[in-house]
Design a protein around this ligand. Sequence first.
Ligand code: EPU
Length: 437
Amino acid sequence: MENLIISGGLPLNGNVRISGAKNAGLPCLIASLLSSEPLRVSNIPHLQDVTTTLDLLGRLGATVELQENMTVVVDSRNVANFRANYEIVQTMRASILVLGPLLARFGHAEVYMPGGCAIGSRPINLHLEGLKAMGADIELEAGYIKATASKLHGAHIFMDISSVTGTENLMMAACLAKGTTVIDNAAMEPEVVDLADCLIGMGAKIEGAGSSRIKIEGSDSLQEHTHHLIADRIEAGTYLVAGAVTGGNVSVLDVQPENLLSVLDKLQDAGADIIVGQNDIQLSMNGKRPKAVNVRTVPYPGFPTDMQAQILMMNCIATGTGSITETIFENRFQHVQELIRMGSDISTSGSTVTVNGVPKLKGARVTATDLRASASLVLAGLAAESQTIIERIHHIDRGYHCIEEKLALLGAQIRRVHDNGTSREHLETDAEHVSGG
Ligand code: EPU
């Protein structure tokens, strides 16, 4: 196990380059299963979930080649195994995304049924109902979803809830189905749009991605393509909050600012000066303490649940009182108990927490429970007086490319140690990290 040790209280200043989006990268890599020709994906972030996805694709029979500059080429022509097994799905729920593509191209797919996770029960009924509407037979056997179809056909699907991976799974399946599929109440997240752009580049006929109605005209096959991922809006938002909670001045580079508007709006309400460029965002606090904000998480273009833990942490050291309501996941407040350990004044009532800001948090030994909870504890450690030790920090490697190196460049005092006290001496190379072939 690894821990992060942060000596907080220093303002962060400088520029940070934002990596490719995790939640666009995973489905785009998996989209390679739809074609017998190679898919090249660039701007791939250096993350544990990417390694797991490449491992999964390799187990299915795809060949994976790592090229320079974080580019991965996946060739799925020889895929001959259609099963995503227990070990992989337990490590990464997004493995469910292979269901639609495998079924559409090969007529058969088996995926271990994902269970609940640290943030909620997270059912997949909408993925399964959509595939059934497209002609799939689906059975549950020994914990596995077994899906078969001689040929999927187009369907009109209304999603009760606008699920991000549900929309992605069905959109991918529809690309090789016979006829037209319409997905109503589709998720509108930028990652869905990026996947649609990737699929369109592969030859798919998709209209309306980014709106609540997506129309897909099935094709017989898809072709070779190169796709460059969008920036990770949640990573960008997290660094901007790091600037805000330390009273610093932080710029995020290589981003699509239009994907972050709801977050920027809240940071402005908190008193940050924000300047938006074409591909960068500058945040200046100039030593000010943020003002508390009220936030309700909702699907895009509303405030993202993946930024809830970070903005909640900002309220902990803000002036005034702010309320945060989580409407997407039922168990996404596990960071609250840890933030209280550091001196935060927080009360919880159902899906809403009320935070009374205090002038300073105090460093403590805390435990990370999931990816975004980990991010909020890192932010708390940066803002707090004295030292914070964050245990079980491996969660953060699922979503933040080289977080301690990027924060150190902004002036943070942060290091990673093993439980036995040894520091990580050197950075592994990108190629060593993403070796999941
Ligand atoms: N839902 C259902 N049935 C379904 C699918 C979803 O009831 O079949 C419900 C969920 O329980 C939840 C809501 O619909 O209440 C929305 O969940 P969604 O399906 O959109 O979430 P997801 O696709 O499983 C993705 C991201 C999450 C992000 C959510 C919401 C990926 C790989 N994951 O999950 O990212 O929080 O959308 O935006 O894209 C993260 O990066 O930390 C993360 C958890």
